[in-house]
Design a protein around this ligand. Structure first.
Ligand SMILES: [Fe+2]
Length: 326
């Protein structure tokens, strides 16, 4: 179990750990290789505090695909259904922009481009980056629409449940990986999946503990002052630039930050920002015995939070195109 999931995967790991030959073929495409240059958490990973513990979307996506493969094997899926869930898991983040969620709102505002739209364009080969991946999928007779349906959570059958449920392969891998920043891991992803398959959602179960851990991770990292500041100043640096183009969405972070290396923040005084936040709460009164009511027990409560941010001391631009100073 220990060797099954890793924070970094080698070429050999990919051949060793997956049963279907399509996985190594997809991993070699330009679109998938680009994920090595996309930070897992976006701008916060480009700050001095976290840059030494940086993760990327390549390793996260392989981890998610391994969980999907484990689920498919335990559920006794046919080869066809197993390949569909593994490939959908592998490609679920293929459309993330440089700095992920940190910069995406700028593209959404100006060009109507977000990671859902970009994912579809890449999978259908409608942009240059997706041409090679699209032809690999065609070679293996994989339908892009079926993948999009699965990864969007629209399929609520037992095949798609592992994407559509609050307890899904993406979030299980992500919160486990997130433990590497805060230096703790309270659960093993395969144990969470086992409990999910066995419908073990009683009080004190590992799924309850996983949900509490998800809450901790969001509040320690994503909604921390550093997390909010990194997102805010990254957007502020790039937002004033009229050169921002739709094609920038498909760059790696290194190339993106090289293009905007001279940008500085626009403010000298502290600024109070209001952000949308989510609380992940277990409602123990809700006993669930089937998957359709899981969201009644594993609740997501939305609210807002104000954060006072101070501009970077020296108003420095992206340094060496690798770090954001906050
Ligand atoms: Fe993901």
């Amino acid at each position: 179990m220990e060797d099954y999931l890793k924070f970094k995967y080698t070429h050999e790991d990919i051949f060793r750990l997956f049963v279907d030959s399509i996985v190594p073929s997809i991993c070699e495409t330009a679109a998938f290789q680009r994920l090595k240059g996309i930070s897992f958490l976006g701008a916060v990973e480009r700050t001095p505090e976290y840059s030494k513990r940086r993760n990327n979307r390549f390793d996260h996506s392989i981890g998610v695909a391994l969980l999907a493969q484990y689920y498919a094997q335990k559920m006794g899926f046919s080869e066809r259904d197993r390949i569909a869930v593994v490939v959908a898991a592998l490609l679920h983040d293929i459309g993330h922009a440089p700095l992920s969620h940190s910069i995406e709102p700028l593209f959404a505002e100006r060009f109507g481009l977000d990671h859902h739209v970009a994912t579809e364009k890449i999978l259908r080969g409608e942009v240059g980056l997706g041409k090679g991946l699209h032809s690999t999928l065609s070679k293996y007779a994989i339908d892009a629409d079926e993948l999009i349906n699965l990864m969007s959570g629209a399929d609520r059958t037992k095949t798609g449940r592992i994407f559509s449920s609050p307890i899904n392969v993406d979030t299980v891998e992500a919160i486990w990986r997130g433990g590497s920043y805060v230096r703790k891991q309270f659960f093993h992803p395969l144990s969470v999946l086992d409990a999910f398959i066995e419908c073990d959602f009683k009080t004190g179960s590992i799924v309850d503990r996983f949900w509490a851990e998800k809450h901790s991770f969001y509040w320690l990292m994503i909604y921390s002052k550093d997390g909010v500041a990194a997102d805010y100043w990254a957007r502020d640096r790039v937002g004033g630039n009229k050169r921002l183009a739709p094609d920038d969405f498909y760059l790696t972070e290194k190339h993106f930050m090289c293009k905007y290396v001279a940008e500085t923040v626009s403010k000298v005084d502290p600024v109070e920002v209001s952000i949308k936040v989510r609380h992940f709460e277990v409602d123990e009164r809700q006993e669930v015995s089937c998957y359709d009511t899981l969201s009644a027990r594993y609740k997501v409560v939305k609210s807002k939070k104000s954060v006072l941010l101070h501009p970077p001391k020296k108003l420095e631009s992206f340094r060496n195109s690798t770090l954001l100073l906050i």
